[in-house]
Design a protein around this ligand. Structure first.
Ligand code: ADP
Ligand code: MG
Length: 351
């Protein structure tokens, strides 16, 4: 189903504004990821979409119909939350069957549908077990199966993987990708993990302080971040951002001088660690900086440089850095075509 948030504001009784005029439209079959730091309004957006909360102002539409005041059970949304709870006294089968029993689906049909969704999620062999006899990943999949078995039009997941260990998270991520391809439903998925967002989303909605910082395809968010916040939030390590001033095509911050394509004036210059290059020390555009810290994150290496009067600069490379030590000067360059420019006061992308 297509979903629209129209100028949705949510203010809680204590005065906290959790969402501030959120406008967000997505299409049938999309995998939309809500991404943002803790407290940015992700869970509130989910609860509003699900009907567990009512907006203070604005409205929510599903497939063009205003559902702002429609109760949760009539919205066709299946949900999995971070702290999903399975019924511990019921078998896996009965846990998954529960939404069908509520909907008075007949017995034979229940059996068929539970088996089908369980097979899809690769838990078909555990239907007789109790939740306590499952691993974390299996229990997580039972929660997903229970949310999907009655075939909701929209599948909503609020940080469903955050209680799993790293390896299981990766595995579930792959499963979710597969599930989305197979089911042709609209997925809305919340995470604060940018890598998870990148790999799952058709489009990512980045939230900051209850506002939409950017809504775009993962590669556009990475390549053309709309503002400094998104630029620094997406990518690990974070994009280098340097506050300085452009004069006659040269950006200066402290003793750094970098050739740029940017009009004169104060500006925040951005460059991703993986896009800084090693330079010939005699070249015109070579910048000599001293390595402060070297961090091997095999197969890559991070080099963190001191600058005088500007923020430290991080470089990420796949080159062998065995010969480079902390304290040593290294010549690097900032290629013009990978530089980002942000307004020094508002942080908005300049071009
Ligand atoms: P996220 O899921 O991105 O971490 P939330 O949507 O849970 O963020 O919260 C957004 C903001 O709203 C936070 O400042 C949070 O403290 C506040 N908030 C959430 N729920 C309530 C509530 N029931 N009452 C008051 N403030 C709340
Ligand atoms: Mg949350």
């Amino acid at each position: 189903m297509a979903v629209s948030f129209k100028e949705v504001t949510k203010r809680f009784a204590d005065g906290t504004t959790a969402l501030d005029r959120l406008d967000l439209d997505f299409e049938l079959g999309e995998f939309v990821v809500l991404l943002g730091p803790s407290g940015s309004g992700k869970t509130t957006a989910c609860r509003l979409l699900a009907g567990l909360e009512t907006p203070t102002s604005g409205r929510i539409e599903i497939d063009g119909k205003d559902v702002t005041h429609v109760p949760p059970r009539f919205r066709g949304i299946g949900m999995v939350f971070q702290n999903y709870a399975l019924y511990s006294h019921k078998s896996v089968f009965e846990n998954i069957a529960y939404p069908l029993r509520i909907r008075k689906v007949v017995g034979g049909e229940i059996k068929r549908q539970v088996q089908a969704i369980a097979d899809l999620l690769r838990i078909g062999d555990y239907l007789h077990r109790k939740p306590a006899q499952l691993s974390g990943g299996q229990a997580q999949r039972v929660a997903v199966a229970r949310a999907l078995v009655w075939e909701p039009a929209i599948f909503l997941m609020d940080e469903p993987l955050s209680n799993l260990d790293a390896l299981l998270r990766l595995h579930m991520r792959t499963e979710l990708n597969r599930l989305h391809r197979k089911l042709d439903k609209t997925f809305v998925f919340v995470t604060h993990d940018q890598e998870e967002a990148m790999t799952l989303a058709t489009r990512i909605a980045v939230l900051k302080d209850g506002r939409l910082a950017q809504f775009d395809e993962p590669k556009a968010i990475y390549r053309r971040p709309a503002n400094r916040f998104v630029a620094e939030f997406m990518g690990r390590p974070a994009m280098n951002t340097l506050d300085g001033k452009v004069e006659g095509g040269v950006f200066r911050a402290g003793t750094l001088a970098i050739a740029v394509d940017c009009p004169d004036g104060p500006v925040t210059l951005g460059i991703r660690p993986e896009q800084i290059e090693f330079a010939d020390p005699t070249a015109d555009d070579a910048i000599r900086l001293v390595v402060d810290v070297k961090e091997p994150i095999e197969p890559d290496t991070l080099l963190i440089f001191q600058t005088s009067g500007a923020a430290p600069v991080t470089l990420r490379t796949q080159r062998n850095c065995d010969a480079i030590e902390a304290g040593q000067p290294v010549a690097i360059r900032f290629p013009k075509d990978v530089l980002h420019y942000f307004d020094a006061s508002t942080g908005q992308r300049l071009r």
